[in-house]
Design a binder for this molecule. Structure first.
Ligand code: PMP
Length: 556
């Protein structure tokens, strides 16, 4: 389908309404006019001087400007002249705002011909899923006085996306667990049973009877809530036991717990990196690392994905302009499934007097001889300054953790605001995590099965022509499609065939690398995976894509 050209909605001024514009050129000349049309990014107006005295030219920058109507004013700072149209009787100018967005849905709206609702309905096309992406709505200044107006606009996009073929999100699960589930949304043939290929429950521990039983016992002992933050009354013997187990596993002196991996990253990074410090991370880092950096008051820098030359360049340029420096490494990247070159990162950190924090969210339970993560895989267990991880993958439960020296953990316990100012994990979920870790350690065959399943699935994809590296060892297996329309069609075929995964699109990944992010679990049988491979192949053929074509497109 041909792409529609996205145009900002332009609002005409009511017939009897006066909306005057006052501009000042860089050399101080004043320009006055009557506004005819406004959009969020610019406007057009009729000049109120004779054309031979015209002081403006196309592309000229004007230093300040304001709109005036009745007793109101809106100042918009600098603007640039985009066009100058001269006719016998009038001169019309178009300008674009440089510093601001017009509050078109706020105070200005009463100057426009249509009421706000009318205009919003007209812009349905503008916000459709064909013309927009989530990135058009997130973190944008939309110029509205009503802070909820962004939700109103997003609603058009949301409704349109929900009707499209690539909507595969928020589908409720019927009571069912593990790798085979039933969903409330039916397949085309009326069935609703699925093989899950998007879960983080890599070892299948979420539904293990022993884990469920441990939860029930703790519920009876403690009730549900922790009833307070760990520093007040939220800590229990279950929490203490979990901390000790993790310290032992990661060969560190101490551990602290968080309500999630997300809460851990935002708390850790923001507590360590002060106003005169530097924090550096891979450009493909998880959102929680970005948000932790955002919350910190330090200087933030990123290096190209897994590019150690670039990391060194960033360090050599910026390191000594700051006091302390934290490099955040990610064990396994959540959208790409590859691992960071941890040994190189640690060497660079030593060379430049920096500390290293590793996020083992997707590597704990997967990489390393005993499944302890990338630090174990890199022979650095116990040698990383700060290890962060989550229970939402390996344990099938919830919560985050940080392991390090006793003095570091004591500091984090008072300075990481997501520990100090938030209720502790419920004792029953901590008991579930304790049981999961017990099973993980006493049943090494779980890790063995996960690894053989990863090998089976990735070699199947390789045989189909996909460019999956030979040493791919992680449970996250991205299959890049690169065309959102084809991705949507393939998603429907997969869903109708009983394979449950989600399409990953921009802005989670770049537009030309939209993908399926399959995850493999120890719970999958070889025939589950064989069937998934067959369905992927069939879907590729149906949408007319060959893996080689995709690989070419990716490198283009
Ligand atoms: N770090 C990484 C690398 C992740 O992928 C995730 C979530 N998938 C998190 C942190 C957050 O973990 P949680 O889901 O436990 O909040």
């Amino acid at each position: 389908m041909a792409k529609k050209v996205l145009r900002r909605t332009r609002y005409q001024i009511k017939d009897k309404q006066e909306l005057n514009i006052h501009l000042t050129s860089l050399s101080g000349e004043r320009i006055l006019g009557k506004v005819r049309e406004v959009s969020s990014t610019g406007l057009s107006f009729e000049l109120q001087v004779a054309s031979e005295e015209l002081p403006v030219l196309k592309d000229q920058v004007l230093s300040e400007g304001k709109l005036v109507w009745e007793a109101n004013e809106w100042a918009f700072g600098r603007s640039v002249v985009k066009f100058v149209h001269k006719s016998e009787s009038k001169v019309t100018l178009g300008i674009m705002f440089i510093d601001s967005h017009a509050p078109i849905e706020g105070p200005l709206s009463k100057c426009f011909k249509m009421n706000l609702e009318g205009n919003m309905a007209k812009s349905e096309l503008e916000y459709s899923s064909d013309n927009s992406s989530l990135a058009d709505f997130l973190g944008k200044d939309d110029g509205s006085v009503d802070i909820f107006n962004k939700a109103k606009k997003y609603h058009f996009y949301h409704n349109s996306l929900q009707k499209s073929v690539r909507w595969g999100y928020w589908i409720p699960r019927e009571p069912s667990k593990g790798i085979r589930v039933t969903l409330t949304k039916k397949r085309s043939d009326g069935r609703n049973d699925f093989i899950v290929m998007s879960s983080n429950d890599y070892l299948g521990l979420s539904a293990r009877p022993e884990v469920v039983e441990a939860t029930k016992i703790a519920l009876d002992k403690y009730g549900f809530g922790a009833t307070g933050s760990p520093i007040t009354c939220g800590q229990t013997e279950e929490h203490e036991r979990l901390q000790e187990t993790l310290s032992r596993m990661f060969r560190t002196e101490a551990t602290t717990l968080f309500n999630s991996g997300y809460a851990a990253n935002i708390g850790l990074i923001s507590s360590l990196v002060g106003p005169n410090d530097l924090v550096i991370a891979d450009i493909l880092s998880h959102a929680s690392i970005y948000d932790g950096m955002q919350l910190s008051q330090g200087v933030k820098r990123f290096f190209k994905h897994n590019d150690m030359d670039h990391l060194e360049k960033v360090l050599s340029r910026t390191r000594y302009e700051s006091n302390g420096c934290l490099i955040v490494a990610e064990g396994v990247f959540s959208m790409d499934g590859d691992a960071a070159p941890l040994n190189d990162i640690v060497s660079l950190a030593k060379k430049y007097d920096a500390r290293v924090m590793i996020d083992e969210a997707h590597s704990f339970g997967v990489l390393g001889k005993n499944g302890l993560g990338l630090s174990e895989e890199s022979n650095l267990l116990g040698g990383i300054d700060l290890t962060m991880g989550t229970f939402s993958k390996i344990c099938g439960t919830i919560g985050g953790f940080a392991c390090g020296s006793k003095e570091l953990i004591d500091w984090l316990n008072v300075s990481a605001r997501s520990v100090f100012f938030s209720v502790a994990l419920p004792p029953s979920t901590v008991a579930a995590t304790n049981k999961s870790l017990e099973l993980f350690q006493s049943e090494p065959q779980l890790l063995g099965k996960l690894r053989s399943n990863i090998e089976f699935f990735t070699s199947g994809l390789r045989k189909m022509g996909f460019d999956i590296p030979k040493d791919h060892k992680t449970a996250i297996v991205p299959v890049v499609i690169g065309d959102e329309e084809k991705l949507g069609k393939m998603y429907k075929i997969l869903y109708d065939s009983g394979i449950y995964t989600i399409p990953v699109v921009y802005p989670a990944v770049s537009k030309n690398t939209c993908r399926f992010r399959f995850t493999v679990s120890a719970q999958h049988s070889l025939s589950d995976l064989d069937y998934a491979l067959l369905v992927i192949k069939r879907a590729m053929e149906k949408v007319g894509l060959a893996p080689k074509e995709i690989a070419l497109k990716e490198s283009a």
